[in-house]
Design a protein around this ligand. Structure first.
Ligand code: HEC
Ligand code: HEC
Ligand code: HEC
Ligand code: HEC
Ligand code: HEC
Ligand code: HEC
Ligand code: HEC
Length: 266
């Protein structure tokens, strides 16, 4: 298959986003510059420069945004990074910003799915944030106009947890006894998009905890080599697990942290 690496207005004749989506699956890993811009009937690409005239606040820092790195240009108008998400802007520009002339992805994640098709599947899983029905937006967690689209990527983990704790204040703490896992971020245990497990956990049973607490041994025994070892004897531990998960009632009920117990119990 001979796939275009850049789109032109002609590529729109190929059909709608759905057709593009299919093309994308096969080539997205090979060439990240392949794009599926949303369509605005009758409109043509005007270029990002034209947006600056009226939306200087959005264009000012766009060069630092993750998506600004996309190789995206139209031979006639140059850089079209804005229109990759908002659709071609000629009609919008001429009308001075009339309603209904440009796409606002806050209303629907379809624009994002055009390039991130796998995310539609994640948000369709039984336990997921309510993005598909429009109650939440990708933009609640991702900054699209400046800087890194994933907050706190790199050394700044506090930033990434802040993405979540602005809504989930209960998990924010501070706790007298904070679980060390929180330093690795909420995503150590939760998939932010969705999973098949309750509470969007990345694993539904003891495996969640054993990812970090590998050793199961008696604290007094020389068999305990890991500082994070779960302090149960193997036998005691197995009996408990038959009764539920590590965070079942009576066990580590406060996996985020506790003000009462070093072992995160109530
Ligand atoms: C001539 C001025 C002008 C230009 C040029 C312009 N816009 Fe707008 N735009 C507006 C106005 C006015 C609004 C409505 C603002 C409001 O409702 O607060 C608007 C609204 C928008 C919205 C929100 C639409 C909605 O339905 O919520 C988006 C997205 C947008 N513009 C993107 C762009 C992009 C991308 C470009 C460049 C291709 C662009 N604009 C160029 C004036 C302009
Ligand atoms: C990766 C996709 C993406 C790109 C690229 C992008 N935007 Fe947006 N834009 C969004 C999303 C999502 C929203 C809605 C969320 C929000 O309001 O922050 C939005 C909202 C807007 C709005 C409406 C804001 C409001 O208050 O209603 C304007 C205007 C806008 N973008 C202009 C631009 C301009 C200009 C560029 C290029 C410099 C650009 N966008 C690039 C995704 C994008
Ligand atoms: C025109 C195609 C396109 C559209 C539309 C698009 N993206 Fe992207 N996005 C990309 C590409 C390409 C990358 C880079 C992926 C890579 O390098 O692995 C990316 C990366 C990302 C990343 C990861 C950034 C990072 O630092 O690793 C996030 C988050 C993201 N996009 C969210 C969104 C959201 C939210 C929307 C809708 C508002 C959106 N994207 C729309 C193409 C697109
Ligand atoms: C509840 C917050 C939240 C929402 C809503 C959300 N994301 Fe994310 N997303 C994240 C976090 C946090 C990460 C980083 C995950 C990690 O580091 O393991 C991420 C990672 C990503 C990535 C890069 C890594 C990957 O999995 O490919 C992409 C692309 C992405 N999100 C796209 C989207 C799109 C598209 C939407 C909307 C349809 C969306 N996200 C909605 C929080 C969210
Ligand atoms: C804009 C607000 C908002 C942000 C930001 C947000 N969430 Fe949520 N989250 C919600 C809402 C609302 C629900 C309840 C959804 C429902 O009822 O289905 C929820 C549900 C959850 C649940 C499942 C709770 C349950 O009872 O099943 C988990 C776990 C979760 N979020 C984790 C996260 C993580 C991790 C992040 C950051 C990556 C995050 N959330 C960011 C609003 C948010
Ligand atoms: C060590 C793993 C771990 C980490 C890290 C973690 N969580 Fe959780 N979280 C859990 C477990 C386990 C549950 C299920 C508890 C239950 O069912 O009682 C849960 C439940 C939740 C719930 C649902 C609460 C309820 O009452 O139903 C939300 C919301 C949540 N977590 C958000 C977060 C946020 C936000 C962060 C980061 C600040 C985070 N979690 C970090 C393990 C973790
Ligand atoms: C991302 C890694 C990670 C995950 C996943 C994780 N933990 Fe932890 N946990 C830690 C770290 C780090 C510490 C701090 C250890 C230290 O200071 O020695 C800790 C400490 C603890 C402690 C404190 C008592 C002690 O013996 O040190 C308990 C109890 C605990 N975790 C239970 C759990 C449970 C239950 C789960 C599953 C819901 C879980 N952990 C998942 C990393 C993790």
């Amino acid at each position: 298959m001979n796939l275009p690496t850049r789109w032109t207005k002609n590529t729109l004749l190929f059909g709608g986003i759905a057709a593009w989506g299919l093309l994308l699956i096969s080539c997205v890993s090979a060439n990240r510059a392949v794009l599926a811009p949303p369509a605005v009937p009758g409109a043509q690409f005007a270029g990002s420069k034209s947006c600056a005239e009226c939306h200087a606040d959005h264009t000012a820092h766009f060069a630092t945004a993750s998506h600004a790195r996309l190789a995206l240009a139209d031979p006639k108008v140059g850089d079209t990074g804005c229109e990759a998400c908002h659709g071609p802007g000629s009609i919008h520009n001429k009308s001075g910003g009339a309603k209904g002339t440009i796409i606002n992805p806050r209303r629907s994640p379809e624009t994002c799915f055009a390039c991130h098709l796998d995310k539609r599947a994640q948000f369709s899983l039984p336990n997921s944030h309510q993005v598909l029905n429009g109650k939440m937006s990708c933009a609640d967690c991702h900054e699209v106009h400046k800087g890194n689209a994933i907050a706190g990527t790199g050394a700044d983990l506090e930033g990434q947890n802040a993405t979540c704790t602005k809504c989930h204040t209960e998990q924010k703490g501070p706790f007298v006894y904070e679980h060390g896992a929180m330093r690795e971020g909420c995503v150590a245990c939760h998939n932010p998009h969705g999973t098949i497990n309750a509470k969007m956990l990345v694993a539904r049973d003891a495996n969640l905890c054993l990812r970090c607490h590998l050793e199961v041994g008696d604290p007094g025994s020389s068999g305990q080599i890991n500082a994070n070892a779960i302090r149960h004897t193997a036998e005691n531990h197995n009996t408990r697990l038959m009764q539920g998960t590590c965070w079942s009632a009576g066990c580590h009920e406060q996996p985020h942290g506790s003000n009462a117990s070093f072992h995160f119990r109530n």
